[in-house]
Design a protein around this ligand. Structure first.
Ligand SMILES: Nc1ncnc2c1ncn2[C@@H]1O[C@H](COP(=O)(O)OP(=O)(O)OP(=O)(O)O)[C@@H](O)[C@H]1O
Ligand SMILES: [Mg+2]
Length: 401
């Protein structure tokens, strides 16, 4: 009985051992299959991550390229507009919107539609077409060139147009043409002025001879001819000086001599107009390095202006004084005065309030003063008078350093 029991027990143990062995084997192969699976999952995950990274990179690159293109389109100084095959807008940069006016729901405003109809009918060879049209009440000139677009299969997908607003450029070109015409006229005027100057000089000379020969009324008439021709001569000289400034021929000039010449010359007209001339020449060494003729032209312009400001009665006062190393010349009148708002403009070329004036007088005076390294300033009071003050550097006195 005990032996039977022992036999059954050893049979069970063998069976258990066998079962255990099968279990161990199964567990081993399960483990290896699991680790294989794990490594496969890892590889796949890595591959997936790499693919994801690649995808992200390509998306980022695409986005960057798009941003780059958008920035270029935004900053382009010309308009870019793309139409699809049905004429709908697929792209329109800010400049194009600006130039063409707002476009709603992908289509153009009626005013600009005609413009593209014309350029679309062109053969889109990149040749620029200019058209003028009115947008929001403003006339615009636009130049456009077009290119047809196609996909990879070569099928037409639309057209791309580059638009330039050439309104300003066109206006500038027109202005340039006008300036060219004016400058040609200016050159002609200068030639004419040269031609006029010689006979004027002769008339003035003959009038001076007549003044010496004649007396009474005839003498006064001759004086009027003389002053009239000199006034004309000053206008012609101003024109020439303005158009073609001559170099100053410098020598020692005594300003009191110039004042004497001008006073003697204008004395008859002053007495006719009852304008008294006062001179107060206190400068002790009135010598400057200057151009005698130009200084005379400067003085004549200032005196003629003063005369125009005093059509009947008045005083003209000419003063000189020493101010340290400088010499000051003052020309004062008791005329109509200059309105405060004009004081900044009187030296501008062509500024005039006189119906027959050229407005070149003071601009030439300014030029001449500058040629002598001097300065000019003006003070004026309405209906009281005007005073021009010119300051020159003085020539060193001989023997005095
Ligand atoms: N002494 C003055 N008194 C009052 N106004 C003056 C005087 N001098 C100049 N002006 C003003 O300055 C303007 C410009 O003077 P400017 O000499 O340049 O030209 P103009 O005298 O009008 O013409 P032009 O010199 O060709 O005869 C004058 O039109 C005038 O309005
Ligand atoms: Mg003048």
């Amino acid at each position: 009985m005990a032996a039977e029991l022992e036999n059954r027990q050893s049979g069970d143990t063998a069976l258990l051992m066998q079962a255990f062995e099968v279990f161990t084997h199964a567990s081993n192969s399960l483990e290896s299959a699991f680790s294989q699976l794990q490594s496969q999952v890892r590889t796949l995950t890595e591959e997936l991550e790499a693919k994801n990274l690649e995808l992200e990179k390509s998306l980022r690159e695409k986005q960057e390229a798009q941003d780059y293109l958008r920035k270029i389109l935004e900053r382009l100084p010309c308009g870019v507009i793309v139409f699809d095959q049905n004429g709908g807008i697929t792209l329109c940069n800010p400049m194009a919107s600006d130039v063409l006016g707002a476009h709603t729901a992908g289509s153009l405003l009626p005013e600009t539609r005609g413009f593209f109809a014309a350029s679309a009918s062109a053969d889109l060879t990149g040749k620029e077409i200019e058209s003028e049209f009115s947008l929001n009440g403003r006339n615009r000139v636009l130049a456009t060139s077009g290119t047809s677009l196609s996909n990879e299969e070569g099928e037409a997908t639309g057209t791309l147009h580059i638009i330039r607003d050439v309104t300003e450029m066109k206006a500038l070109q027109e202005r340039n043409k006008r300036v060219e015409r004016l400058s040609a006229m200016g050159e002609m005027a200068v030639e004419l002025a040269h031609e006029i100057r010689n006979p004027l000089g002769s008339i003035e000379l003959f009038a001076s001879l007549l003044v010496k020969e004649l007396s009474g009324d005839s003498r006064r008439w001759a004086e009027n001819i003389r002053i009239g021709t000199r006034s004309l001569n000053t206008i012609v000289s101003n024109m020439l000086q303005f158009a073609n400034p001559v170099q100053a021929e410098l020598s020692k000039v005594n300003l009191h001599d110039v004042i004497g010449e001008i006073a003697k010359f204008t004395e008859p007209i002053m007495s006719q107009r009852q304008v008294g001339l006062e001179t107060c020449l206190t400068a002790r060494h009135p010598v400057i390095s200057g151009d005698h003729e130009l200084l005379k032209q400067m003085m004549l312009n200032l005196v003629f202006n003063a005369m125009k400001a005093m059509p009947s009665r008045g005083s003209l006062i000419i003063r000189t004084r020493d101010i340290g190393t400088k010499l000051e010349l003052e020309i004062q009148d008791t005329g109509i005065g200059i309105p405060a708002e004009y004081l900044d403009r009187i030296f501008d070329p062509f500024f005039t309030t006189n119906r027959n004036g050229t407005g070149l007088g003071l601009s030439v005076v300014h030029q001449i003063v500058e040629k002598h390294s001097g300065t000019i300033r003006v003070t004026s009071e309405m209906n009281r008078g005007t005073c021009f003050v010119i300051t020159f550097g003085r020539e060193p006195q001989e023997g005095i350093l």
